[in-house]
Design a binder for this molecule. Structure first.
Ligand code: AMP
Length: 423
């Protein structure tokens, strides 16, 4: 399969070839012809599968083929994402794939000044990438008109629901024309995702590239059973003895991320933390330093790391297991991307054995155990309840959805959900 038989225009093929892509990934081969036909699509695909180009390339082609009526440039394609980082990445992808086309795009998300975004919108854009909270801010300030949207993409829809964006999504859907093309991407398929898909998609084509709820097969997964108090020492040992140069480490809380980055620093391992309490500037800087190699370990919370696109990231460490098993799939999906091998290591203490069981059930795999001399757990330590970070699990075993309405606010205030896009 080559890109040439997918029906893309020469401008797009040239941009793809500039990227050095020799053949489409499976999701691209399946999704591009479907999107070009103009129908709705429901796609089960994790990040790392090449899904962004899978919807961006055909979307650019459709928009370029149908020039807007009149002189104005209304927003004709809207892409919603759960996090700022993902929004920024998709926006970069659009710029890169659309470089030979006369289309304009911009990105809006919270945590940065709104005025430059207003100025960009005022000039007119064909494609808008946005996080839900800031998008609604623009709507309430009347700096954005969504009445001409022809294509809607919901990316990482499962994560948007986990972050409590369902109300914002519904509000946004109500602002769009009824007749439009809808593309919904999700790595996992909960009942809530199915409900959302049923309510917004019209006879969608289904595209599935990885088996449902299974972790990427390119990622080798291992578990180290270790006492909580020895996790930090084991992590330093693994990084040092294996000479790992680029490691993404997940903690459950923002505070835990900060503390771990500091402790690793004291062990001589250059580390930075990213989470929602850091300014956008600090997050962007930490990510850039990590990508370019001056920061060896990036410690992140689940939300901050969603959608991060780091080329050939070889190691992901779960310093703590996530409370929601689906988040494990997202975490390890940071490695083993676009065909390269990766390794996901989980440090599991006695308190987390139940979480490990949930994960193993979800990924349908018994994750192999590795024991390292000196780090075997003390069998006399009893399990304690896990103090909750972001996710709480209600008694029905499903991740808790935050359906609460944001408190009433003045129209120039950010809605609560805008800050959730950053945690
Ligand atoms: P995504 O899943 O969209 O986040 O893409 C994951 C990574 O794969 C990104 O770094 C893309 O640049 C890269 N990529 C996308 N399409 C291809 C392709 N056809 N061949 C090689 N790499 C690709």
């Amino acid at each position: 399969m080559t890109f040439d038989n997918l029906g893309l225009s020469t401008e797009l093929l040239r941009a793809v070839s500039d990227q050095g892509y020799s053949e489409p990934t499976p999701i691209q081969a399946k999704a591009i012809p479907i999107v070009l036909k103009g129908g709705d699509m429901l796609a089960a695909a994790q990040t790392g599968t090449g899904k962004t180009a899978g919807f961006t390339l055909p979307m650019l082609q459709l928009l370029n083929g149908q020039k807007p009526k009149g002189g104005r440039r209304p927003v004709r394609a809207l892409i919603l994402t759960p996090t700022r980082e993902l929004a920024a990445q998709i926006s970069e992808n659009i710029t890169c794939y659309g470089k030979y086309l006369p289309l304009r795009s911009t990105v809006v998300f919270g945590g940065v000044k709104i005025n430059p975004q207003i100025a960009a919108l005022r000039k007119g854009v064909d494609i808008l990438v946005a996080t839900p909270g800031r998008l609604l801010d623009h709507v309430s300030q009347k700096t954005l008109d969504l009445s001409q949207v022809e294509i809607l993409v919901l990316d990482e829809a499962d994560q948007m629901l986990n972050m409590g964006f369902i109300r914002d999504i519904r509000k946004i859907l109500a602002l769009l024309p009824k007749k439009r093309q809808n593309l919904l991407f999700s790595a996992t398929f909960s009942e809530d995702i199915k409900k959302l898909a049923n309510s917004m998609l019209n006879a969608p084509d289904l595209v599935e590239v990885a088996r449902r709820n299974t972790a990427s097969e390119l990622v080798s997964q291992v578990v180290h059973h270790v006492d909580k108090s020895k996790k930090r020492a084991l992590l330093s040992f693994l990084i040092g003895s294996n000479n790992w140069q680029q490691v993404l480490v997940f903690t459950r809380t923002k505070h835990g991320a900060n503390r771990l980055a500091q402790q690793l620093g004291k062990d001589g391992i250059n580390s930075a933390a990213i989470h929602g309490n850091k300014s956008q500037g600090a997050r962007t800087r930490a990510l850039a330093e990590f990508k370019q190699g001056s920061v060896r370990v990036l410690v992140a919370t689940d939300i901050a790391a969603r959608g991060l696109d780091i080329d050939q990231l070889p190691h992901v460490v779960n310093f703590e297991l996530p409370n929601v098993a689906e988040d494990y799939v997202h975490r390890i999906g940071r490695t083993g991307r676009a065909g390269t091998a990766g390794e996901a290591v989980s440090l599991v203490c006695v308190d987390e054995l139940k979480l490990l069981k949930d994960i193993e059930r979800l990924v349908k795999l018994k994750v192999p155990k590795i024991e390292i001399k000196g780090f075997a757990p003390d069998p006399s330590i009893a399990a304690e309840p896990i103090k909750n970070g972001r996710h709480n699990k209600p008694s029905n075993g499903k991740p808790k959805m935050n359906h609460k309405r944001a408190p009433k606010r003045r129209s120039n205030q950010r809605p609560k959900s805008a800050s959730r896009s950053s945690s």
